[in-house]
Design a protein around this ligand. Structure first.
Ligand SMILES: O=c1ccn([C@@H]2O[C@H](COP(=O)(O)OP(=O)(O)O[C@H]3OC[C@@H](O)[C@H](O)[C@H]3O)[C@@H](O)[C@H]2O)c(=O)[nH]1
Length: 331
């Protein structure tokens, strides 16, 4: 107790010794001098400051008034050379077109020259003026797919290829390895996959009779389940969807040429192709036609796994379009 008392008295003494460092009691800030307003006006008028402020306001408002009309002169302008369509200009040499969102139509594609060149198509870099797309190409290691991937990369898009390498080859894409805009995933489309993409080009399918008849059940599975998975992905992420179909969905046509209203002559339990063979007999002496003849002969036999698979894929795509609002395209 004694000690405590001693300590408190010492503290008391120390308090007395130290000079007072406490802040003075609060006093409200005095109001500005009434003379400060005329002084600020005076400041504005000096050295033409007001004039500069007015000019600044004028330039600013002119820019904001003109800006909406300048942005309207974009791709949707009727006289603009840039188109918003799925046109023939964008057709890759072997038949698949690319979705076009305001890119220069002068940048047409030639598969032979573009393989090793990134973004050097046309006079103006094609990527300018449009948002970069994230695109997935299934079957991108195949013949058509690899050319499509080249076109998309040249356009400035980020491309993800999904392929199980059933018939496709890495060699078709080797020139893109190391390109930061390109990604290759070994994946079978019959299994679901989740990717954040803007567009889906669905090409994965065995495409020649030898390959699709090798395992017919797998062929139809790829077409039906693969397309379902890709449509599901398109629905989930709001992506545009393109299906590479085939004229085989109309079977052995009874009309030549076929009109838009012709719905085919199909055979869901098998198929014998004779029409192609007959056409090729007419020009046996041309080298290219002899190739076609052999191709026609290979076609003989059951191939409904391919035809019906592609037809189902088309039906699925239309049902996703009508039922879920997915934007679908066919090629
Ligand atoms: O189950 C499969 C089967 C095939 N594929 C791939 O799909 C690609 C098909 O390419 P191919 O070179 O064999 O054939 P193509 O490029 O000529 O086919 C193209 O045109 C015809 C259409 O029916 C096809 O859908 C389209 O890919 C290959 O890379 C193959 O590996 C898969 O990813 N999964």
């Amino acid at each position: 107790m004694k000690q405590l008392h001693k300590q408190s008295s010492m503290n008391h003494r120390r308090d007395e010794e130290t000079p007072s460092t406490q802040t003075p009691p609060y006093s409200p800030k005095s109001l500005k001098h009434p003379k400060s307003i005329p002084r600020s006006i005076n400041y504005l008028f000096k050295e033409q400051r007001l004039l500069f402020i007015l000019i600044g306001i004028l330039i600013g408002s002119t820019f904001f008034i003109l800006q909406p009309s300048l942005s309207r002169l974009g791709p949707t302008d009727a006289h603009s050379p840039i188109r918003r369509s799925f046109s023939k200009d964008n057709t890759v040499s072997s038949g698949v077109s690319v979705f076009s969102d305001n890119h220069d139509s002068s940048a047409s594609f030639s598969s032979g020259t573009n393989r090793a060149v990134y973004g050097k198509v046309g006079r103006v870099p094609v990527g300018i003026g449009r948002r970069r797309m994230r695109v997935v190409v299934t079957g991108g290691a195949g013949f058509v797919g690899s050319h499509l991937v080249d076109k998309l990369i040249a356009r400035g898009d980020e491309v993800i290829v999904l392929d199980n390498f059933f018939t496709g080859r890495k060699d078709n894409l080797v020139h893109l390895f190391g390109n930061p805009m390109f990604e290759l995933i070994r994946h079978d489309v019959v299994e679901p996959i989740l990717l954040e993409v803007d567009q889906i080009y669905h090409l994965a399918c065995p495409a020649s009779p030898v390959h699709y008849k090798y395992n017919p059940v797998k062929t139809i599975k790829t077409n039906v389940m693969g397309t379902l998975n890709m449509l599901g992905l398109a629905k989930r992420v709001g992506a545009r969807f393109l299906l590479t179909s085939t004229s085989e969905v109309y079977g052995d046509p009874l009309q030549h040429p076929q009109k838009e209203t012709y719905w085919g002559n199909v055979n869901p339990i098998g198929k014998v192709a004779s029409a192609t063979t007959i056409i090729c007999f007419g020009c046996l002496f041309s080298y290219s036609c002899r190739l076609l003849l052999s191709f026609g002969l290979i076609w003989l036999g059951e191939r409904s796994c391919y035809d019906e698979g592609k037809r189902t894929a088309e039906t699925l795509a239309m049902d996703y379009h009508r039922g879920a609002g997915v934007e679908v395209w066919f090629s």
